[in-house]
Design a protein around this ligand. Sequence first.
Ligand code: SF4
Length: 366
Amino acid sequence: MNAPFRAPPRRSGAEAHDIVVVEKVSRHFGGRKTLLSRVAAPVVRAVDGVSFTVRRGSCFAIVGESGSGKSSLARLVVGLLKPTSGEVTIDGTPLSTLDGKGLRALRRKVQLVLQDPRASLDPRMTVFDTLAEALTVHGLHREPAARAERIDAVIGMVGLNAAHLARYPHELSGGQRQRAAIARSIVCEPEILVLDEPVSALDVSVQAQIINLLAELQARLALTYIVITHDLALVAHMADTVGVMYLGRFVEQGDVEEVCGAPRHPYTRSLMAIARPEAAGRRDAPSSLLEGSIPSPLAIPSGCSFHTRCPLARQLAAGGLPSRDTSDGLLPRRCVEETPVLNSAPGGRSAASCHFADQRLPIQES
Ligand code: SF4
């Protein structure tokens, strides 16, 4: 297990203070016998020994494919899931020490913005009532005049106006709904927003507007962001630091310029080639870099969990390894038998868990 990885801040003005500290956090599901079964359910390792820190005012991105564990990790950070082991600390307070009242106060400080705004907006409530309800839940701006003033201010911040306050979610466009959901998340003056795929449900034409809005709000309200996404191009645009997640673990993490500019792990290199083919000197995204889909977390491959899909392992094997270094499946033996740990790159601004991270072979399609 690794200590929380710290990369130097990129944005000037960020306080040298970690508002989020995640230490060796795991969340496993199953493994218990039920009333109807004498056999314990198999253990799903959704998150497995993840550590990272986020500086106040910065943006940390968690990137990975569907099934990588990134949404479970987001829910651990906002206190909606309890870790099986490890600790999440928000602004100096370990979440394990909080009772119900403390967790409610935390939910004001740390807000979750979902991919589909319809999930966070009640279809039976107008935008005004949704924002008013959020204030009521947290006991803020109890006087009607103060409440209306706060709601007016926030709706303007997200680029909507008084007319939108009287509408129901179905009367708004997709972009307007996401703006209303963001308004709901900031109306209670949070310090941290956890943004779960904040633009992936939107039309491409609207995505840039929402990304720009989030950047404006971050600067204006001194917010800290944790962005969950499958899109490394979005990460390169928004984030200061990043963790690349595969089957419940970070396989690469650190400063976003390092990780996106010179990725060392074959998984990150493949995702970058797919997200930004032009940077790899291609016109189109390669279609066959990553073989198959992510394995089930019920059956995590031995050794390096990425070995069943790794283009670098295939290339190394094709390059002619001595038989003593080759597994039965003709991949490098170390990849199949030995779990790699995160090792820092020269300069220490990122770390990758690959036995061959320093091999500069170009990643090729299968
Ligand atoms: Fe690929 Fe082997 Fe590196 Fe894992 S350790 S990423 S299988 S080369």
